[in-house]
Design a protein around this ligand. Structure first.
Ligand code: PAF
Length: 281
C-alpha cells in the first residue's frame, strides 16, 4: 500500500473491528533482526504495519542514500512470513507532500555520539518517524536496540509531543559470531566481515571490566585499542553514557546498582558499524 489515504481507510476498518495496531518502521533491506521486531509487535497488538521508506532527510550529501540496498519483493515476502499484516511503502511525495519546512529536533540527545559524526541524522529520523506515526496511528511501535541512540531519541520525542504510543525496544539480533545484524553488513567484504565481530567482543569485555569496578577511561581505551587492533580503519567513539539521557558518565568506578550503556561506532573500510551493550554494576 502506497498512499496515506488507503492506509487510513484500512486503519479505520481495523479500529471499528476493535483491532490494535503495532508499527515497525524500516528502510527495507530486511534481515532477521527486523523480522524479530515484527514478531515482537505482533505480541503487543492484533495487527502489524511495517513501513519501508528510505528516508532522504536522514542522509547527508555524500552518504549512501542512492546506493542504500533496496529489494522490495524480497522484503515483502519476509514481512509476510513474519506475520506482518500490512506493508506501507510511501513515496517521497507521500511523506513530504509539501517539502520539509517542519522538522522535529530532539535537542541535545541528537547532538551526542552519532550526532557528532552525522549532525543531520537524528533530525531526519525524528521528523520522518513523527510523520510515520501520524500516518499509521499505532498503539505501539517497535524499534531495535541496535540503534540505541535512535530508540532513546524516539522515546523522548513521544514523551515531549505526547504521542499516545507505547515505544518498545527489541533486542539486537546477532549472527552466531556476535556481529549485530544490520542492512549495511551487506557492504562488508569477506575479510571485513571476519573482522567485524571484534567490536561486539571489545564492548562485551569492557562491560565486564566496568561491572567489576574498572575506571571507565581505562576500560574504554582498552576497547578502542582492541577494535583498532582487529583491523577497523577509523574510530569514531566508544562511550559510556547514562542509558536514558545519553550523557557521558564521570570517570569513576560505577557505583553499585548503576545501569549504564556502552556504545561504539567505527569504520571498517567503507562501512561504518555501530553497536552497544548494557552495563550493570
Ligand atoms: O532505523 C531505521 O531503519 C530508520 O532510521 C527509521 C527508524 C526507519 C527511520 O527512517
Amino acid at each position: 500500500m502506497q498512499t496515506r489515504a488507503d492506509l487510513q481507510s484500512q486503519i479505520r476498518a481495523w479500529r471499528q473491528a476493535g483491532e490494535t495496531i503495532g508499527f515497525v518502521p524500516t528502510m527495507g533491506a530486511l534481515h532477521s533482526g527486523h523480522l524479530s521486531l515484527v514478531r515482537l509487535a505482533k505480541k503487543n497488538a492484533t495487527k502489524v504495519i511495517a513501513s519501508i521508506f528510505v528516508n532522504p532527510t536522514q542522509f547527508a550529501p555524500g552518504e549512501d542514500f542512492d546506493t542504500y540496498p533496496r529489494d522490495e519483493s524480497a522484503d515483502r515476502a519476509k514481512l509476510d512470513s513474519a506475520g506482518c499484516d500490512l506493508v506501507y511503502l510511501p513515496t517521497v511525495e507521500e511523506m513530504y507532500p509539501d517539502g520539509t519546512k517542519t522538522n522535529v529536533r530532539v535537542e541535545e540527545m541528537s547532538d551526542l555520539l552519532d550526532g557528532i559524526y552525522r549532525p543531520h541524522f537524528f533530525y531526519g529520523v525524528a521528523t520522518v518517524v513523527a510523520r510515520l506515526f501520524l500516518h499509521t496511528q499505532p498503539d505501539v511501535a517497535v524499534f531495535g536496540e541496535k540503534d540505541y541512540q535512535q530508540l532513546q531519541i524516539i522515546r523522548r520525542m513521544v514523551r515531549d509531543l505526547g504521542f499516545p504510543i507505547e515505544i518498545i525496544g527489541g533486542e539486537t539480533a546477532r549472527d552466531a559470531d556476535g556481529l549485530a545484524q544490520s542492512s549495511r553488513n551487506l557492504y562488508l567484504t569477506p575479510e571485513e566481515r571476519r573482522i567485524a565481530p571484534a567490536m561486539q567482543a571489545a564492548l562485551h569485555r569492557a562491560s565486564v571490566r566496568l561491572s567489576n569496578g574498572t575506571l571507565p577511561s581505562i576500560a574504554l581505551e582498552e576497547a578502542r585499542g582492541l577494535i583498532m587492533a582487529a583491523g577497523f580503519t577509523d574510530m569514531n567513539y566508544v562511550s559510556l553514557v547514562d542509558p536514558a539521557t545519553l550523557e557521558d558518565l564521570p570517570d569513576a568506578p560505577l557505583p553499585e546498582g548503576t545501569v549504564a550503556r556502552l556504545l561504539a561506532a567505527a569504520w571498517l573500510g567503507k562501512t561504518r558499524l555501530i553497536d552497544n551493550i548494557s552495563v550493570t554494576r
